[in-house]
Design a protein around this ligand. Structure first.
Ligand code: ME8
Length: 662
């Protein structure tokens, strides 16, 4: 049997006229996730990204910055590479269009098309938009010579020059036939329809050179002209795959399985010009060309280098780490998750820092955090920190896992990354409800040890499946989740072929001490500064923080007389229930010697009411009573704050109720 073809995935190559932002990060991250996903399925993958450097606008940006253009592009290409590494994105190849392998491929492509007659010389008269690097005819432009692209609208340059043309008009029928015969070629479907109408309006031959003003790839044997940047840039996909000088590598990689990009460069360039260029040389066209939408502002306008409204991804990840208190690698994973979960593929989505942070708390700190922490804590408490023996597989839970796995695969294959994550979160949500319903702490009190073991096994096993599914999106955090269920790094490399079925945990295996992965962000302490929001974040100046956190107050010493003012006493919890009007509060009845108090505590996310009854707590007994959501609290419990989670304090051994603490 012959080896399956290497799965070849590409991002657009980014113009080096500015720094990367979370728009460029989105496309690159999608490709990284696809590469990891197919790798987990056992396929050999090849993931290409790079930089587009021979554009007029890149030259203009270098001139404006007062930096020699070669130095300017070197600096920004390095910045892009470094940014991807910082986001745990690891392309197999990074192509720069100033590299000899690319120049050579572009000139060879041009020569071969000249030889077949698909490239010919003619007079070009029309308009050029430097910002969009696009030619426009008189008929595309109104009275006012402004770029017809609504996102741009910049003044156009009038061009009248002897140029070389590509015979694009000859390929309309072949393009339409290919699109019709290959429904998976252009995705999503509604954009394929845009391409069909664009082609049906009539394709005209296209100018593919410009006058040489000192930057660009020279036309072979005609140094007065340089090759038009789009004709040049698209060839990167085959140049990096070994064309024309490495036929073995080319045969292994080409055709690309997926070209992925934003929608503005889909119809005209990736779905029309590029396949026509390949057809003209008799080369196979890519299997799938997919375009996603944009991060937009509140008015629906595209954000990016032009508006400066999108943060630098490395800085954004560092800010998430800083405001949540998690480590850098977890901050990066949080950003990877949030980018793919907040973008509603294949449409546009508003970029809003606040909603990213809210989702961090709700999805990562709460939902995923609760499932992991509670499963691990219960296993530690009731199962001697080992994977317990289940009674039998609960068909409802196994079906939930299987459904989540199927929905995840389906969504990734359709490039609906947000839907893939939603599928995992449906499982996480169901398992959090399962814990509430089974209430293992109640079963433990009733001495139902087999039922406790059974429930906890189901929680751990479902956590394992959810953690495995998250590997392509959050590689570090998913490994932390798997470590919590006893699958540390020392085991076999994870695989989507074998590890997504029910029953992967080994009964009796030892679990490490529970350790929360995503600390909560104290949203009240984090303010998004409106002035910062307005600021252009993607600039050459060192970007300032987009998020401001109130500085913690400096500690001040207090005298013993101050400390003695606080009366601390040990109490016994005799009853506990949820506060009827506040999700986060529990209402406890606490005996302090011969006194009975009602104490409200914000610990509902960490403790079930029933597990608290009968335990001892430490109470601040002389705190002024305070009404919270309609009920008066007559004291406060002491708790350790572990990454935002409250862990109650209690005496080491049982002490008389009401004992003073000093
Ligand atoms: O177009 N939302 O390069 P470019 C989502 N060099 N994605 C966004 C985005 C946003 N607001 N802004 C940018 C070029 N992107 C050419 C490509 S390929 C042969 C040549 C992403 O630096 C998206 O993928 O302008 C978009 O297509 C790409 O960055 C444009 O990058």
């Amino acid at each position: 049997m012959s080896e399956p073809k290497t799965y070849y995935i590409t991002t657009p190559i980014y113009y080096v006229n500015g720094k990367p932002h979370i728009g460029s990060a989105l496309s690159t991250l999608c490709c990284d996730v696809l590469a990891r996903y197919h790798g987990l399925l056992g396929r050999k993958t090849w993931f290409l990204t790079g930089t587009d450097e021979q554009a007029t606008k890149v030259h203009e940006a270098a001139v404006a910055a007062g930096i020699p253009v070669e130095e300017f592009v070197d600096g920004l290409a390095a910045e892009f590479k470094q940014t991807w590494t910082s986001l745990d994105i690891h392309p197999d190849d990074f192509i720069r269009t100033t590299e000899p392998r690319h120049t050579l491929a572009v000139q060879e492509f041009f020569r071969r098309l000249q030889a077949t007659g698909d490239v010919y010389k003619g007079l070009y008269e029309g308009w050029y938009c430097v910002s969009d690097e696009t030619f426009f005819r008189d008929s595309d432009v109104g009275e006012n010579p402004k770029c017809p692209n609504a996102e741009c609208g910049k003044p156009l340059q009038r061009v009248q020059e002897e140029n070389y043309f590509f015979r694009l008009s000859a390929y309309s029928d072949r393009l339409l036939a290919h699109i019709e015969a290959n429904p998976g070629f252009l995705q999503p479907e509604f954009r394929r329809n845009e391409v069909i109408s664009f082609i049906k309006q009539g394709l005209r031959d296209m100018s593919i050179t410009r006058a040489n003003t000192g930057w660009g790839i020279p036309v072979p044997d005609d140094p007065t002209r340089v090759i038009y940047v789009w004709f040049d840039a698209l060839i990167n996909y085959i140049a990096a795959a070994g064309w024309p000088n490495d036929p073995d590598q080319f045969a292994e990689l080409w055709p690309a399985d997926v070209h992925l990009m934003g929608k503005e460069i889909f119809v005209r360039f990736h779905a029309t010009l590029w396949p026509a260029m390949l057809m003209a040389l008799g080369l196979a066209v890519p299997t799938t060309v997919y375009s996603h939408g944009w991060w937009v502002d509140a008015e629906g306008k595209k954000e990016g280098k032009r508006t400066g409204g999108l943060p630098h991804p490395t800085e954004f990840a560092a800010e998430i780490a800083r405001v949540s208190g998690c480590n850098q690698a977890i901050g990066v994973d949080a950003l990877r998750y949030l980018l793919l979960r907040e973008m509603v593929f294949p449409g546009d989505s508003e970029f809003d820092t606040d909603s990213f942070l809210r989702r961090y708390n709700s999805d990562l700190a709460n939902d995923l955090g609760n499932l992991c922490n509670r499963s691990a804590n219960m296993a530690a408490r009731y199962c001697d920190s080992r994977v317990p023996q289940p009674v039998e597989a609960d068909p409802i839970v196994t079906a939930m896992c299987a459904d989540s796995v199927t929905a995840f695969h389906d969504a990734i294959r359709e490039f609906r990354f947000n839907a893939a994550l939603e599928a995992v979160w449906r499982l996480i949500g169901s398992m959090n409800r399962y814990i509430e319903e089974k209430a293992p702490w109640k079963l433990a009190k009733q001495g139902e040890t087999r039922a406790v073991d059974d429930a906890i096994y189901h929680c751990l096993e479902a956590t394992r499946i959810a953690g495995t599914l998250l590997l392509p999106v959050m590689p570090t955090a998913a490994r932390c989740v798997l470590a919590q269920v006893g699958l540390g790094d020392e085991g076999a490399a994870p695989s989507f072929v074998t590890d997504l079925n029910w029953g992967g945990l080994e009964v009796g295996s030892v679990l490490p001490p529970p350790e929360p992965v995503f600390p909560r962000i104290d949203l009240a302490a984090v303010q998004t500064a409106p002035a910062q929001k307005e600021k252009k974040l993607v600039t050459d100046e060192p970007a300032e923080s987009s998020i401001q956190v109130q500085e913690p107050e400096r500690p001040e010493y207090i005298g013993i007389e101050d400390f003695l003012k606080v009366q601390l006493r040990v109490g016994n919890v005799t009853a506990a229930e949820k506060h009827p009007n506040a999700d986060k509060l529990l209402k406890l009845t606490v005996e302090l010697g011969d006194e009975t108090r009602t104490v409200l505590a914000g610990i509902a996310e960490m403790y079930q009411p029933d597990e608290l009854v009968g335990r001892q707590v430490v109470v601040v007994a002389n705190l002024a009573p305070r009404k919270m959501r309609g009920i008066e609290s007559q004291g406060m419990l002491l708790a350790a704050d572990v990454e935002g989670q409250a862990i109650l304090l209690r005496p080491e051994t049982q002490v008389p109720s009401g004992a003073r603490v000093r």
